[in-house]
Design a protein around this ligand. Structure first.
Ligand SMILES: [Zn+2]
Ligand SMILES: [Zn+2]
Length: 332
């Protein structure tokens, strides 16, 4: 099959990803094989390829927003019949027995395995995944529309949930890429006012089109204080600056798996009762909850589509913020 292979981590400018012909994977006893139609790409892939995240498997097929049809079942699979359209997100497998798994925080599992990181992912014509970590996708989305739900959407929803907001407040989004453009739609659907900060005019324009109440740069005056904020851009400096936009008792959630170091800051930025936290990965419950929300109204996903062989350029465009919305690779 055709697959995108990372042999060695390195800067995207040097084209570290190669289109290769590799054997089609066989599913294990409790795994399903998926004929991949499309697979999303995000900043995490960027960090895996360039080395901000340490390598766990090389050579590696990246990709963790897989959409396709189940085409082969492992011998002990009971949940699937074959032929179903499914999605595979970042969380590939958890141990089920560590203290985090037992208390419902499997996103923090000490032995968590991630798709397209510890194991081969979906930048390929076929992929395999454990049957319990594969999800049916809402029918009101095409393959291209569904792929961004699996990472951008799921992570955004986990972060949105972590803000602790129940409804009717002012939510700030710092950085307006793939996740944020989905979160804004969920937040507006639930009656929030949304304030969007970005460096790039393209992202601010998309935010306005989607219904942001205010858009601007980090040093601009919003005229109000936020009840909560989610920081998507991988910038420690932005994280600290976002605290200055926060009202008493509010919470800033960092949604990134990686961020640059945080500069020192004054206590007043977290006093009184202002909180700075982060979310890590996702639980299966969160994936299911978000896919249910997505089935209740149509989230418009703005996608940039590339062929598999264009993956280096696709990731470079994410790196340089040259595109807004989500990036998707098509296998055909
Ligand atoms: Zn565990
Ligand atoms: Zn991702």
């Amino acid at each position: 099959m055709k697959a995108i292979v990372l042999d060695e981590q390195g800067g995207l400018e040097r084209n570290p990803l190669h289109l290769k012909d590799v054997p089609i994977p066989e599913p294990g006893a409790r795994e399903v094989r998926i004929k991949v139609n499309v697979c999303g790409a995000c900043r995490t892939d960027l960090h895996i390829v360039e080395g901000e995240l340490p390598a766990h498997k090389l050579p590696l097929i990246p990709g963790h927003q897989i959409v396709g049809q189940i085409d082969e079942l492992g011998e002990k699979v009971t949940r699937w019949n074959g032929g179903e359209r499914v999605g595979v997100p970042w969380l590939y497998k958890t141990c089920g027995v560590c203290k985090y798994c037992r208390r419902g925080q499997e996103n923090l599992c000490e032995k968590a395995i991630f798709t397209g990181y510890h194991v081969d992912g979906g930048f390929a014509e076929y992929a395999v995944a454990p049957e319990d970590f594969v999800y049916p996708l809402p029918e009101n989305y095409s393959d291209l529309e569904a792929a961004p739900l699996l990472c951008a959407g799921v992570i955004g929803y986990q972060a949105f949930h972590a803000t602790g907001l129940k409804g009717g407040g002012r939510l700030g989004l710092f950085g307006f890429g793939s996740s944020a453009h989905i979160v804004i739609q969920v937040a507006l659907h639930r009656g929030f006012e949304v304030y969007v900060v970005s460096r790039t005019e393209k992202e601010l324009e998309l935010a306005r089109r989607l219904g942001a109440k205010w858009t601007g740069h980090i040093d601009d005056d919003m005229g109000i204080l936020l009840d909560a904020g989610i920081v998507f851009a991988p910038s420690g400096q932005l994280l600290v600056k976002s605290l200055a936009k926060l009202d008493k008792g509010g919470r800033i959630v960092s949604a990134g798996i990686y961020t640059t170091p945080l500069p020192g800051f004054d206590y007043s930025l977290i006093y009184p009762e202002k909180c700075l936290t982060s979310i890590a990965h996702t639980t299966r419950d969160n994936v299911r909850a978000f896919l249910k929300v997505a089935s209740e109204f149509k989230i418009k996903t703005h996608v940039n589509v590339y062929r598999l062989g264009e993956v280096n350029q696709a990731l470079l465009n994410i790196k340089n913020s040259r595109v807004s919305g989500s990036t998707i690779l098509k296998t055909e």
